[in-house]
Design a protein around this ligand. Structure first.
Ligand code: PHE
Length: 344
């Protein structure tokens, strides 16, 4: 049987060397190394040999199997190369054809801005906290100090669902309550988070207002947080976003969940404060609502307002994105028009 093995080996090698096309190569592999191939069969019959011959026969048979597999791989590479050269020569492969372009997607302009905000805020110690898009009236309004028939609710036309009490959030501010309850450990831990996410309002869609838009909420809770911290922090954010000499100003405003409340403007970076169409000749662009967290809101988040305080802000990244890219109509954002999206 050993001599049969050796002659099979020689035969197989000779046959392999004569092969010039991949079809014959495939046949050879099936006939020789395949599951029913000659070498495989021989290997399988090892068991029929007298015990004292088995080991040496098995060893050699395995060796031969490996040698043939190696020779096969070499031959395959050669044949493949020859076939390619032949196809090229015969003009079957046209190397002058332009390649296929890979289509790669880009990030939506809003996503780009959100990531930039998250990056800048992260450098200032604010972690991202994700809150839900679908809210209850409680979190979106009540716990933020909007009583049931409070007129401030009318500032934010709400999408209701057919489940009583379940609504789409009109602002990311309910994330303040959720962050306090989830991260505050019963009002004992400081917090520094931003809450980015989509908000929804039942509004007339125009070039300036959409029924969905992003907000980036910010919340800092601690034992010694004052309005100077809010002002300094937002001013630093503006410098990091718009350059070292970006100026900010604070205007008194009203939100039920902050007291005092303010609106924050940055000096128009298009006209440098001179006044232009974009800033409506005021020299300023609004970047954020903000204020000191109202004692009722602290309480609803589990904190004792005689010990803890905090500030909050809410920014609208779509506005910033429009200014940055000169986008004149907010409807482009969710219109899914490739001609628009491909530009980013
Ligand atoms: N939630 C407010 C809005 O949608 C913005 C805001 C957030 C104001 C946090 C103050 C503090 O207009």
């Amino acid at each position: 049987m050993l001599s049969q093995l050796e002659s099979q080996y020689k035969e197989a090698l000779q046959a392999l060397e004569a092969i010039t096309d991949s079809e014959a190569l495939h046949d050879w592999e099936v006939k020789t190394l395949g599951r029913k191939g000659a070498i495989t069969e021989l290997l399988r019959s090892t068991g029929k040999l007298p015990p004292e011959e088995r080991a040496s026969f098995g060893k050699r048979a395995n060796e031969i199997k490996n040698l043939l597999a190696e020779a096969y791989a070499q031959r395959e590479a050669l044949v493949h190369q020859q076939e390619l050269a032949y196809d090229l020569e015969a003009g079957q492969i046209d190397i002058s054809l332009p390649g296929r372009t890979l289509t790669v997607g880009g990030l939506h302009p809003s996503t780009q801005t959100l990531r930039l905000y998250a990056h800048v805020w992260a450098e200032m110690g604010f972690q991202v906290y994700r809150s839900r898009d679908v809210e209850t009236d409680d979190y979106n309004f009540q716990m933020l100090n909007f009583p049931p028939h409070h007129p401030a609710r009318e500032m934010q036309d709400t999408f209701y669902t057919d489940k009583p009490d379940v609504i789409l959030r009109t602002q990311t501010s309910p994330g303040q309550i959720r962050a306090m309850l989830e991260l505050g450990e019963g009002g004992t831990k400081p917090i520094r988070v931003i809450v980015p996410g989509m908000c929804y309002r039942h509004e007339q869609i125009t070039s300036r207002s959409e029924i969905q838009f992003h907000q980036v909420e910010g919340l800092a809770i601690g034992r010694n947080i004052h309005m100077t911290d809010l002002k300094g922090t937002v001013a630093e954010f503006a410098r990091r976003m718009y350059g070292d000499d970006a100026k900010v100003r604070f205007r008194a405003s009203y939100f039920p969940f902050t007291e005092p409340s303010m609106e924050i403007d940055v000096e128009c970076f298009l006209c440098g404060g001179e006044g232009c169409r974009v800033c409506k000749y005021t020299g300023w662009l609004e970047i954020s609502g903000a204020g000191m967290v109202h004692p009722n809101v602290l309480r609803n988040g589990g904190y004792d307002p005689s010990v803890w305080s905090g500030f909050a802000f809410g920014m609208g990244p779509e506005r910033a994105t429009m200014l940055k890219h000169g986008i004149t109509d907010i409807r482009y954002f969710w219109g899914n028009d490739l001609r628009v999206l491909e530009q980013f």
